[in-house]
Design a protein. Structure first.
Length: 281
């Protein structure tokens, strides 16, 4: 499945954050060295996910699992109802019907060969391709760092069966898989998810992304498609954007986004690498 990266305007000078090149290390005074060593010990105590090692799909055409309609699995009734209100036409095309009691159709039994992980949150943390859909996340990725499992990039604060909360000094992300069904009508179960993003630099602003993770498999990167994005500012009603309007809005926002903490983290990583090299000698 191809990975689409949002095109950047010619005037945009923001580049994805990359690991800083190791600088020539000058031996600091003893107090400075002790301080940096203390930082290393504190960082080691923070919960972090490890490198993903995920590989792209071997085939973009997965084998059909269900010969007929794929039954809907409801994981969060409130979010599913909100999703259908946001996307009535798309839900109708997908054959999704939410009943008054929160259940959904089409209903039926889930077959044993259907892929259902024990933790959707863990799968998203390790294997979601952050460059497969437009968001602010491409500003934190490059060709070698495409998932939340990139080393030194993200810290997990909460993770359970259906959700994930992961943050950096510049961006807080919460992901929830609220339903699974066959969204693209190919007989393979897809995941409906909501991603919310906010930055510590602007407390009154956050974004809500309605995503579909298409054709998830036990191995390889998970590819997501953006259905719409909600822009929240303060307590007013959100502004919803879809299609190219959403892509252009996010591209402009990414260009304007200032990421001072990420740059500081890159400098700190270079210093930590130099200290580790000294300690190994």
């Amino acid at each position: 499945m191809p990975v689409r990266t949002p095109a950047r305007p010619a005037h945009c000078t923001v580049r994805p954050a990359r690991p800083a090149a190791p600088r020539r290390f000058r031996a600091p005074l003893a107090p400075g060295l002790l301080g940096l060593l203390a930082v290393l010990l504190l960082a080691a105590c923070a919960p972090r996910i490890t490198d993903d090692g995920a590989q792209p799909y071997a085939s973009p055409q997965p084998e059909r699992i269900y010969p007929g309609p794929v039954p809907v699995q409801v994981l969060d009734r409130f979010l599913l109802a909100s999703f259908v209100q946001h996307h009535p036409d798309a839900a109708q095309r997908a054959g999704l019907v939410v009943l008054p009691d929160g259940r959904a159709e089409p209903s039926g039994d889930i077959v044993p060969q259907d892929y259902q992980p024990e933790s959707y949150g863990l799968e998203l943390a390790l294997r979601l391709n952050l460059r497969s859909f437009p968001s602010l996340l491409p500003g934190f990725t490059d060709d070698s760092r495409r998932t939340f499992a990139s080393p030194r990039q993200w810290t997990v604060s909460a993770l359970d069966r259906t959700s994930l909360n992961v943050f950096s000094p510049d961006l807080v992300n919460t992901l929830v898989v609220f339903a699974t069904l066959d969204w693209n009508s190919n007989g393979v179960r897809d995941w409906l998810a909501l991603l919310t993003q906010k930055t510590p630099h602007d407390e009154g602003f956050y974004l809500g992304y309605w995503l579909v993770v298409e054709d998830p498999a036990p191995k390889g990167l998970l590819q997501a498609r953006l259905l719409s994005v909600d822009e929240y500012r303060g307590i007013g009603q959100p502004v919803t954007r879809t299609g190219e309007e959403a892509r252009a809005f996010l591209d402009r926002l990414l260009c304007e986004q200032v990421l001072p903490a990420s740059q500081e983290a890159a400098r700190k990583a270079a210093d930590e690498a130099a200290i580790k090299a000294i300690l190994k000698k």
